[in-house]
Design a protein around this ligand. Structure first.
Ligand code: HEM
Length: 188
């Protein structure tokens, strides 16, 4: 059921794309925004679990964190496919590497691709604790997505509004760690 819900925006975007007789602009924008939203949602889960400790719903979300991450990557793939089809030729795609906004998009994509490729059970078992630094690439991806969005769009408001919950939750997490460390310094 949860996975079906995650697929609903894609169904709507692809239906609209069909109805608009293949106009790529909205598909690029819609898939990019959904990818960013799901990435943000996946990253909000851990700080929410910390704040609302003892409640049931953060645990429910935590169990679905991997689905959120996988869906974020699949929407990024749709975004990239629509962009590549719109450009229509590898020469034009390569020429776009001259734009910092596009390079930031590729950086975000690469930082999502590695954890996605290694998030299956077999790879997780083999990696053990080495999975943690790989998982942290997703934070670099989020930073690159924010910069990519701001760089490519004249109106920055939407990008900031999307990222505010994550920035607030991460600020809380840092503050909590810092104050706890001051109250209970290690080794004392
Ligand atoms: C793989 C390399 C990527 C390329 C080549 C790329 C390309 C683009 C382009 C050309 C636009 C401008 C669309 C327009 O003005 O019509 C755009 C916007 C955007 N991209 Fe990407 N992108 C990439 C990766 C990503 C990733 C990984 C994400 C999210 C996780 C993302 C999220 C967005 C968002 C949110 C927008 C703004 C959408 C809006 O107009 O509201 N992009 N991207």
């Amino acid at each position: 059921m949860f996975r079906f819900l995650l697929a609903v925006p894609a169904i709507v975007l692809l239906t609209r794309f069909q109805l608009a007789s293949g106009s790529f602009g909205h598909l690029i924008e819609g898939a990019g925004e959904w990818s960013a939203r799901l990435l943000i949602a996946a990253l909000c889960v851990t700080p929410l679990r910390m704040i609302f400790r003892g409640q049931h719903w953060p645990l429910w979300l935590f169990r679905r964190r991997r689905d959120l991450g996988v869906a974020a990557f699949l929407y990024a793939l749709l975004h990239l496919a629509a962009y590549a089809l719109k450009r229509g030729n590898p020469g034009l795609i390569l020429a776009d590497f001259g734009s910092p906004g596009i390079v930031l998009g590729w950086t975000a994509f690469a930082c999502m691709l590695v954890p996605f490729a290694l998030s299956n059970e077999a790879a997780l078992r083999r990696l053990g604790t080495r999975w943690k630094p790989i998982q942290r690439l997703v934070y670099i991806a989020a930073g690159a997505v924010l910069a990519h969005w701001i760089w490519l769009k004249a109106n920055h408001l939407s990008a900031f509004i999307h990222f505010i919950p994550l920035l607030l939750l991460e600020a809380y997490r840092v503050w909590y760690r810092f104050t706890r460390q001051r109250r209970h310094p290690r080794g004392r």
